[in-house]
Design a protein around this ligand. Structure first.
Ligand code: SF4
Length: 213
């Protein structure tokens, strides 16, 4: 059996087990893969956030996902559980993913920072500089076709660009072999529900690109 077919079988089996309520590891273990990287960085002390975190939040999803979401940093719930986007904004992100016919297990979800800034303050440039290499490595392992950044910090960091999110969102940019499209962060949508319609427009573009690739 070819590698891709084998991985499809593994993915379908994991989806079936998830639907039966049986917990499975979401990443396929491969040498030099995500689990290797997760193991290597689990005790990272490169910035001050190591002192205040409960858990390092590495990321979750399909190691071979075509679509990857990149947020800013873990919040309180994520820090407590060690999983990305599990609080209220995470529930909204799940709905956003479902709106284009996908499940969380079909995509990969990560953040620019792997540890929570105290009080959910904004990431500092030094912290981003220390942590960004881990995200780059994740992207190089996953090789997504589409990257959707959530909020200002993720878009500005990956595009190396200081334009406001209102000008960046909804546009496709080249990012290596992937297309990158910024949209609003779900946490912002919780306080600004009128902006959901713009995110819906962005998701329709993502769905069309997803089906093309
Ligand atoms: S935020 Fe990143 S660089 Fe800082 S301690 Fe956590 S994993 Fe290391």
């Amino acid at each position: 059996m070819y590698k891709k077919e084998l991985l499809d079988v593994v993915k379908l089996t994991k989806q079936y087990l998830c639907e039966q309520g049986i917990e499975v590891e979401n990443s396929v273990q491969e040498k030099g893969g995500l689990l290797d990287l997760k193991e290597k960085i689990k005790n990272c002390q490169k910035c001050q956030l190591a002192k205040t975190r409960t858990h390092l939040v590495f990321g979750a999803g399909d190691e071979h996902a075509k679509l990857m979401f990149v947020g800013e940093a873990p919040g309180r719930d994520e820090d407590l559980q060690g999983e990305p986007f599990v609080g209220k904004s995470g529930q909204l992100l799940t709905k956003i993913i479902n709106s284009i016919g996908l499940k969380r297990t079909d995509v990969y979800i990560a953040n620019i920072l792997k540890c929570r800034p105290p009080g959910n303050r904004n990431p500092e440039p030094y912290e981003i500089a220390m942590c960004q290499g881990y995200l780059s490595k994740q992207i190089s392992i996953i090789k997504p076709k589409i990257i959707c950044t959530l909020g200002k910090f993720a878009a500005q960091t990956l595009l190396n660009n200081q334009q406001p999110i209102s000008q960046l969102r909804g546009r496709f940019f080249e990012y290596g072999d992937a297309k990158l499209i910024p949209t609003f962060h779900p946490a912002y949508l919780l306080y600004n529900p009128n902006e959901k319609k713009l995110v819906w427009q962005d998701m329709k573009k993502i769905k069309a690109e997803y089906e093309r690739r």
